[in-house]
Design a protein around this ligand. Structure first.
Ligand SMILES: *[C@@H]1O[C@H](CO)[C@@H](O)[C@H](O)[C@H]1NC(C)=O
Ligand SMILES: *[C@@H]1O[C@H](CO)[C@@H](O)[C@H](O)[C@H]1NC(C)=O
Ligand SMILES: *[C@@H]1O[C@H](CO)[C@@H](O)[C@H](O)[C@H]1NC(C)=O
Ligand SMILES: *[C@@H]1O[C@H](CO)[C@@H](O)[C@H](O)[C@H]1NC(C)=O
Ligand SMILES: *[C@@H]1O[C@H](CO)[C@@H](O)[C@H](O)[C@H]1NC(C)=O
Ligand SMILES: *[C@@H]1O[C@H](CO)[C@@H](O)[C@H](O)[C@H]1NC(C)=O
Ligand SMILES: *[C@@H]1O[C@H](CO)[C@@H](O)[C@H](O)[C@H]1NC(C)=O
Ligand SMILES: *[C@@H]1O[C@H](CO)[C@@H](O)[C@H](O)[C@H]1NC(C)=O
Length: 589
């Protein structure tokens, strides 16, 4: 069939008609696929047949780009460097003019025509219109973001409908997808899941060309929200602790931190430097994006610390009566709670007890020390006082030994008591003073007697044994008594008795007559045989004293003497008895 005569000059036409008469075939080129849509990088076969009348001999067959003429002739595509390597003539020199063009690119999109020449000058032909080649690439068409659960169709687009029966292949992250391939060039993603996110590209079976990848992102609310913290294990006050909130979400979530119900911070990482016990508690994070929010499980931070605020609690009164005890309880704040306690008494180096409570039996200042595995601390001391009624009450005398009138004497009352006792002094049953020390300056015989002290506090009182003060003194109040009844006769004697007050009693007496230098007698009594003035002197180891003189005269009635002497004798007996009692009878002169 005559395809084109446009390029043939009129002479040729005539000539052809002439030829036609002798030949069965006409001049012509026929293309099986006049329009070819080819995939980039593929090889294209342009099938073609041609005919010419008999009597001609083919000189040259070649393909050329339409409309491109260099000089008078069409250029041979196989001599074009851009094509020469890729072009392969599959036909022959009779009727088959098929070629193969490999590695096509968009630049190859063009109309291509087959041309041949013969041994006759005008016997040349070009098959016009030729084969229109369109080279296409592939583009994935899809929305950029999808929300989880959406359904979507992704299209693998080409600029022309591929001539070959194409089977599309889909790739996600360069891995071929084997499932859910929809018909034609579309991929159906039904109820999109997070796993469907990725870089999508498409290709055609049998071809190496793959489209550029398109990122498909699937958004979803936060999931798998969890908290981890480091260091794991025991957290001790002063440590630094890092809490990390992990969650899966798209778009990325904003993180908030809560302790209990209270917001404490934001950001994926929550750091607590130098943790203290009041950071203990339950923590959780909240992950939030535009599709929703979600809380993590709570994690518990339990911050350990050594005992502090250690104090002693006194159950009852810190003042006890002797024989009782008071319980001291050691309290402390620590984590874990202290289980190990030691008790100390001030001024004692070793501990006096252990355990959380301690029974104090004696006075003192006590403190406890609480321990746990992280350390220990001591309490302040508490004072325990044991209250005693006075005991061991006694009196001591200073100076010891003999006490002589005029000395200074100190009596000291000692007693053992808590609280300290008050002291009272008694002479006999008479209160004479108070205070631990009772002093007598310039003691006199009047101070002789039995003394004792009384020690008393709120818990009781006790008397000391009595001590006797025996004050020694020289004779005093020395006097002479005359035993005379009526008138003394000439030749009778008159008995004089010397009496004195002294301690110890005077045993040594001397008798004097006035105007005589030497003594006239000794002893307690003296018989005066003559008239005169007599006096006596009494001695003890502390001194002596003289009496006043008494006068003895000599005129008596003899009749009454005997009777009166009898009376004198009985009186003398009374005097001796009185003397032996060291008391001086009241004698009428
Ligand atoms: C062309 O070749 C054919 C066959 O070989 C021959 O018969 C014919 O004479 C040739 N034509 C010319 C002009 O040489
Ligand atoms: C032309 O030649 C090619 C390659 O040898 C062959 O595949 C094709 O079938 C032939 N075409 C015709 C119409 O004979
Ligand atoms: C840690 O905290 C304690 C009390 O909160 C403080 O006494 C100490 O100085 C702090 N240490 C540091 C290194 O900040
Ligand atoms: C306890 O926490 C508060 C704030 O939460 C802080 O001001 C205080 O210093 C902390 N106490 C200690 C002993 O660290
Ligand atoms: C000690 O205990 C008291 C009362 O329990 C408390 O008020 C105080 O804050 C505590 N001190 C310390 C350092 O923990
Ligand atoms: C304190 O003493 C009372 C009575 O002796 C007793 O019942 C109570 O349990 C004690 N308290 C403590 C904390 O030991
Ligand atoms: C209590 O603590 C002291 C001092 O750390 C230790 O020597 C003692 O073994 C501890 N006792 C017990 C029963 O843990
Ligand atoms: C009595 O006292 C005098 C004078 O001091 C003394 O000389 C004399 O020896 C004493 N006599 C007796 C027995 O003590």
């Amino acid at each position: 069939m005559l395809m084109s005569i446009r390029m043939a000059p009129p002479l040729s036409l005539i000539f052809l008609i002439l030829i036609h008469g002798v030949s069965s075939a006409e001049w012509g080129v026929s293309y099986i696929h006049p329009h070819i849509c080819a995939l980039k990088h593929s090889a294209v076969i342009m099938s073609c047949t041609y005919t010419y009348p008999a009597g001609y001999e083919i000189r040259k067959v070649f393909w050329t780009k339409n409309h491109v003429k260099v000089g008078k002739e069409y250029p041979d595509l196989s001599e074009d460097p851009e094509y020469s390597q890729r072009l392969q003539y599959l036909g022959d020199e009779q009727k088959n003019c098929t070629i193969r063009l490999s590695h096509v690119t968009q630049k190859d999109s063009h109309m291509y025509c087959f041309r041949f020449t013969t041994n006759v000058t005008d016997g040349k032909w070009k098959g016009y219109p030729g084969v229109t080649l369109t080279v296409t690439d592939l583009q994935v068409e899809s929305p950029e973001t999808l929300k989880e659960g959406d359904s979507v169709r992704i299209t693998c687009k080409s600029s022309c409908a591929l001539t070959d029966r194409a089977t599309f292949i889909w790739y996600r992250n360069s891995q071929p997808l084997t499932e859910r391939r929809d018909r034609n060039n579309q991929l159906l993603l039904q109820s999109v899941r997070r796993e469907d996110a990725g870089r999508y590209s498409c290709g055609v079976q049998g071809h190496t060309y793959i489209s550029p990848a398109v990122q498909l992102s699937v958004t979803y609310p936060p999931k798998s929200v969890s908290v981890s913290f480091s260091p794991s294990g025991v957290i001790v006050e002063g440590n630094s602790v890092t809490l990390i909130c992990s969650s899966d979400s798209n778009p990325p979530a904003e993180i908030s931190w809560f302790k209990g119900g209270t917001f404490v911070g934001s950001g994926r990482i929550y750091r607590i430097l130098n943790i203290s016990s009041n950071h203990s508690g339950e923590y959780k994070c909240k992950s939030r994006n535009k599709h929703g929010d979600k809380y993590s499980e709570t994690v518990t931070l339990n911050v350990m610390y050594p005992p502090r605020n250690v104090s002693v609690f006194i159950n009852g009164s810190a003042e006890i009566v002797e024989g009782d005890s008071v319980t001291l309880i050691c309290s402390s704040d620590s984590n874990p709670p202290a289980l190990n306690f030691s008790w100390f008494q001030e001024s004692q180096s070793s501990s006096v007890g252990s355990g959380q409570s301690f029974s104090a039996l004696q006075s003192g200042r006590f403190f406890c020390e609480a321990h746990n595995q992280h350390g220990s601390q001591r309490s302040d001391a508490v004072t325990v006082t044991v209250k005693d009624p006075p005991k061991c009450v006694s009196v001591s005398i200073s100076p010891s030994g003999e006490i002589v009138e005029g000395d200074s004497v100190t009596l000291i009352c000692s007693s053992d008591s808590n609280p300290p006792a008050e002291i009272s002094w008694f002479k006999g049953r008479t209160f004479v003073g108070s205070g631990k020390i009772y002093s007598i300056l310039k003691i006199s015989s009047d101070h002789s007697g039995e003394y004792k002290c009384k020690s008393s506090n709120e818990h009781g009182e006790k008397h000391s044994d009595a001590v006797t003060l025996n004050v020694m003194y020289a004779p005093k109040s020395v006097s002479v008594s005359i035993i005379q009844f009526g008138q003394i006769l000439e030749g009778d004697s008159v008995t004089l008795i010397c009496s004195s007050d002294s301690n110890p009693p005077a045993l040594n007496f001397s008798w004097f007559k006035e105007n005589q230098i030497s003594s006239v007698g000794s002893g307690h009594s003296f018989s005066a045989l003559q008239s005169g003035h007599f006096y006596c002197e009494a001695h003890n180891q502390h001194g002596s004293q003289r009496s006043d003189a008494v006068t003895v005269t000599g005129e008596e009635s003899p009749s009454s003497v005997r009777r009166e002497l009898r009376l004198a004798t009985s009186y003398r007996r009374a005097l001796r008895a009185a003397y032996e009692r060291s008391t001086v009878p009241d004698i009428k002169k």
